[in-house]
Design a protein around this ligand. Structure first.
Ligand SMILES: [Zn+2]
Length: 196
């Protein structure tokens, strides 16, 4: 028996009750789950909750986001652990944080900055591909919104994976537009990162 713990927030009414949820997986192997990223387990949790028609307790919306996901008590997206691991092994970590307040939109990058151009291109390409592949419901518009996405490389700087992806209240076109501006400011063209 494997226990997955997480927090739930609502993208429609923006409420969260702060109560940690527990899901039990009968056939899961702890070690298999601990090697997955928060983003990978988030998709499993999301699918399970959708199948069970879990709704927001405040507004009945099914547009929920799942975060602070733990396997037993092992936090999957632990910024300190992942960041230190990247620095120790010479891997790349790119975090993109976008805050929207009305018409004010601000992108803040983070991670193992500065990132060499070729690796920055690969990181952004991974981020863009995941946003393009995400279901539309993750991007319903609100007056205020935020998006956080983190990608890391493997040791050979070849494959990039998504560690964490949270988004509330921002349309995907807005997110992609901001990423395009950030890429352009770093000498990377739209065509280089916008692949289907
Ligand atoms: Zn709600």
């Amino acid at each position: 028996m494997l226990t997955i713990k997480y927090q739930v927030g609502c993208r429609q009414c923006l409420n969260g009750d702060g109560i940690e949820r527990l899901d039990f997986y009968k056939y899961g192997k702890e070690k298999d789950f601990m090697t997955k990223t928060e983003y990978e387990v988030m998709k499993i949790v999301e699918q399970n909750n959708m199948q069970q028609n879990i709704c927001c307790m405040f507004c009945d919306s099914k547009d929920l986001e799942y975060y602070e996901i733990k396997v037993e008590d092992y936090l999957l997206y632990d910024f300190e652990r992942i960041g230190k691991n990247c620095i120790d092994k010479g891997e790349v970590m790119l975090m993109i944080n976008i805050e929207k307040n009305g018409h004010n939109i601000k992108l803040t990058p983070g991670g193992t900055l500065p990132i060499e151009e070729n690796n920055l291109r690969k990181s952004l390409r991974k981020i863009v591909s995941v946003i393009n592949a995400s279901p539309y419901h993750r991007f319903s518009m609100k007056e205020r919104g935020s998006t956080f996405i983190c990608t890391t490389s493997d040791e050979l700087l070849k494959d990039f994976k998504i560690e964490s992806f949270r988004s509330t209240g921002i349309h995907s076109a807005t997110i992609l537009g901001e990423i395009n501006l950030f890429a352009a400011a770093n000498g990377i063209s739209y065509e280089d990162i916008f692949t289907e």
